[in-house]
Design a protein around this ligand. Structure first.
Ligand code: CS2
Length: 489
């Protein structure tokens, strides 16, 4: 039997569930990018608000690419289970905050979504669409006006498919109808994610109508946020385990860690839920929170993922058993911390120790290949931003260079392995650059030529370039020979 409203009462008492009347909830948040992360994070914080009795904040979730989530959740009335795995304890609860699910690439679904976003009942549009969903060149901040999806959305206002088209055309409708604008709440791992979302939306809106762009600039709130919760892709083994605990079938449960953090800038035009009930924090220090998390957590995650992939470590916990990798991470954290401005009251040393414990969690099967995807979108803010700050101060950065060399080596391996797939929106360009030459120095230069990733400055920096070539050669010879002493030497 499937998990749904009718069967919910049969779930064992030890498993948490909504304590409110779901039929009384108003759907005022539209979430674009309904994946595991949103369901383990923002939806849970919202569930705490609903459980407190404030029923004004139900979520309509929308998948942007495929209809998989809709097909899983609609028969379940939007209900799903979250399993929080600690090193030796687990907690499972059923979440009811998602009251409707739209989804997929079908035209009818996109039209329904646009209609819901245009409707006055929608007060917040939140986003987890990953870095590539913003269509920005992260090194330059420019909107990718030639990206086929953007060209299509500019040509078809009645049927937008990107977040930018959906947001801008919904706002256009609201402006014309005298409906106040919703808040756009980015929950993606990008520095100043609200500002980036704003820049992308404004750049798109300017192509549509200058007056609309001016109205958005003046009226729409784009708070910045820092989101954190490690949420690996759900496996069949997770499904089987959770179904057994529920006594019901859940087509797409979520597996996550116990740790959760959400820091939000308090800047909303049509109100907001009291997410502090679920543990969120409102702060005016978002930039510091975000850069600490992006660099210390995501920067080391990417490094660990590439080195893990090169040395045969399938999961993060497994890579944390490798002394070679942990020594590189220690060196990397050291370099990052030397240019870090931590939020008030946070000790970066404690923060890093906590990260190590989280990464070591053996209950989470977080695959390195998952984190290694989309490197072109992740390197700039995770690793190249602290690198630039170090270069400005004249500091050497061997650990960051090794991490970047790790990515380069990873894409080289993909280019030379038959049938291998490089998951990256820039895959075609990256692989073409790699295939131009078999020679180490030329490969590094050709990859550095990808200006959307490395900008104009890094390829021109002689010191960084030669450090990178050295690290790349070292990895070419033997990735396992990468010890911290070699890195520091
Ligand atoms: C990871 C993140 O896949 C990745 O790139 O680094 O998804 C990471 O697990 C989260 O940001 C943790 O909050």
């Amino acid at each position: 039997m499937r998990l749904c409203e009718k069967t919910l009462s049969s779930v064992p008492a030890a498993i948490g569930r909504p304590v409110y009347d779901r039929s009384q909830v108003t759907a005022s948040i539209v979430h674009l990018g309904l994946g595991a992360f949103h369901r383990a994070h923002q939806a849970l914080m919202t569930e705490a608000v609903l459980n407190s009795g404030d029923l004004a904040w139900g979520i309509v979730g929308a998948g942007m690419q495929s209809s998989g989530m809709r097909d899983a959740l609609v028969p379940q009335d939007g209900l799903y289970a979250v399993a929080e795995y600690g090193a030796d304890a687990e907690q499972i609860s059923v979440v009811g905050a998602i009251v409707d699910v739209l989804g997929g690439a079908e035209d009818e679904e996109k039209k329904r979504l646009l209609a819901k976003m245009s409707d006055a009942s929608t007060r917040i549009v939140s986003l987890t669409v990953t870095e590539k969903g913003y269509f920005l060149d992260l090194a330059t901040g420019a909107l990718q006006l030639k990206a086929p999806a953007i060209v299509a959305d500019l040509a078809h206002p009645e049927l937008p498919k990107t977040i930018l088209g959906l947001i801008v055309y919904a706002l256009r409708h609201r402006k014309a109808a005298g409906i106040p604008p919703f808040t756009v709440l980015s929950c993606d791992n990008l520095p100043n994610n609200g500002k980036l979302a704003r820049a992308a939306v404004l750049a798109f809106a300017k192509e549509v109508d200058a007056d609309l762009a001016a109205w958005i600039e003046a009226e729409v709130c784009f708070p910045c946020t820092m989101v954190d919760r490690i949420t690996p892709a759900t496996t069949d083994a997770d499904r089987a385990h959770i179904d057994e605990r529920l006594g019901l079938e859940d087509a797409w449960p979520v597996v996550t860690e116990q740790f959760v953090q959400w820091v939000i800038e308090d800047n909303f035009s049509m109100g907001r839920p009291d997410w502090t009930l679920g543990g969120a924090v409102f702060s005016d220090e978002i930039e510091r929170w975000e850069s600490m998390k992006l660099r210390c957590l995501n920067g080391s995650h990417s490094t660990l993922a590439y080195l893990g992939q090169l040395t045969g470590c399938e999961t993060v916990a497994e890579a944390m058993q490798s002394e070679l990798i942990t020594a590189e991470l220690d060196a990397l954290w050291q370099e990052i911390r030397e240019v870090l401005h931590a939020p008030k009251g946070i000790d970066p040393a404690d923060y890093v120790e906590q990260l190590k414990r989280r990464f070591r969690n053996p209950a989470l099967k977080h695959r390195t290949v998952q984190i290694a995807s989309d490197g072109s979108q992740k390197l700039p803010q995770r690793l190249l931003a602290p690198l630039r700050e170090r270069l400005d101060k004249g500091l050497p950065s061997p650990a960051i260079a090794l991490a970047v060399a790790g990515w380069m080596h990873f894409v080289v391996q993909k280019a030379h392995t038959p049938d291998a797939v490089l998951n990256d929106p820039m895959a075609a360009q990256i692989l073409a650059q790699v295939r131009k030459s078999p020679e180490a120095e030329a490969i590094v230069d050709n990859l550095l030529d990808l200006r959307a990733i490395f900008g104009e400055d890094l390829p021109a920096h002689a010191g960084f370039r030669s450090e990178l070539i050295g690290k790349f050669r070292q990895l070419m010879r033997d990735p396992r020979a990468t010890t911290s002493s070699q890195i520091v030497a």
